[in-house]
Design a protein around this ligand. Structure first.
Ligand code: SF4
Ligand code: SF4
Length: 288
């Protein structure tokens, strides 16, 4: 974890405006360029951000390894990380408030319009790789980010000012839909967008890739090939969760009904995918 100042992201503003101007954010309506550019739009009193990298992966979690199974992204294998990380950060805030009365804070775990990756870079945790995700150096990129915005000014850590991707382009090359250019993602072409973020119909060529690749929720290809994930920091066991039939059952035996889906995804991060969305993805992958 590291500390960062909550100044506006002036250097990102232009890039964000261009990205939104090109319509890249249209499938992710919860994003807003104005709010994203300034952490104080999330919490007006924010002066310092405490940013944590919470590793979640485990070596045994290999999407699609079970015979006939479909692939689910590693971050969706465990329990709902919001339910674990938010209480942890809340306990930390309470402990700090007991020591420094008057301290205020806001917890953000993927739940507020905040540039969490850029904040992590500013807090010295790593750099944004060409696949746009945070790479925490030799610890890799299999990690959730959790942020605690605080109303006090604390000494920041030194930001990460260089990227260590070098001449590597493995993630750009492996992406089956061409969703990546260096340091920029086009959500309208990313498999994760259509299997997790939106129920919008994917373009025909993206739907064809979905079928061929068998990623039913999320996609890890650009992280799997990253050399920084060769010997990553394997995760916190609390974030691993138990084995779920969703990862091991052959595709034709996966749950399809609403009640079955609710049961299979109870207290997992997959719960945000609605059962009708899941069925639509299964149909895209499995139907002729
Ligand atoms: S998650 Fe998959 S589809 Fe999306 S950018 Fe990475 S490789 Fe491409
Ligand atoms: S695969 Fe290569 S280019 Fe892509 S993020 Fe990893 S190191 Fe950077």
């Amino acid at each position: 974890m590291g500390f960062a100042a909550c100044d506006p992201f002036d250097q990102e503003r232009e890039r964000l405006e261009a990205w939104f101007g090109e319509g890249r954010g249209r499938l992710l309506p919860y994003l807003h360029p104005g709010a994203l550019g300034d952490p104080r739009s999330v919490f007006p009193g924010a002066r310092t951000a405490l940013v944590g990298f919470f590793p979640y992966a485990r070596p045994e979690a290999v999407p699609g390894a079970a015979p006939g199974s479909l692939k689910l992204s590693r971050y969706l294998w465990g329990p709902d990380y919001h339910m674990l990380l938010k209480p942890r950060l809340a306990r930390l805030l309470e402990a700090a408030q007991a020591r420094w009365p008057g301290l205020e804070g806001r917890i953000c775990v993927d739940t507020a319009p905040l540039l969490e990756r850029q904040m992590a870079v500013r807090a010295g945790l790593g750099w944004q790789g060409k696949h746009t995700l945070l790479i925490a150096g030799k610890d890799g990129s299999w990690g959730f980010l959790g942020v605690l915005l605080l109303s006090v000014e604390l000494p920041p850590d030194a930001p990460f000012t260089t990227d260590h991707c070098g001449t590597c382009t493995a993630c750009l090359e492996v992406c089956p839909t061409g969703a990546l250019v260096p340091f920029r993602l086009d959500p309208a072409r990313c498999l994760t967008t259509y299997t997790v973020e939106t129920e919008a119909e994917p373009p025909l060529e993206v739907a064809a890739t979905l079928k061929a690749s068998r990623w039913a929720a999320g996609c890890d290809l650009c992280q799997e090939v990253c050399p920084w994930n060769r010997a990553p920091l394997w995760g916190d066991p609390a974030l691993w969760g138990g084995p779920s039939p969703l990862h091991t059952l052959p595709a034709d035996r996966l749950p399809r009904g609403a009640a079955q889906w609710r049961k299979a995804t109870r207290r997992t991060a997959l719960r945000r995918v609605r059962d009708r969305h899941w069925r639509a993805t299964l149909a895209r992958i499995l139907e002729a």
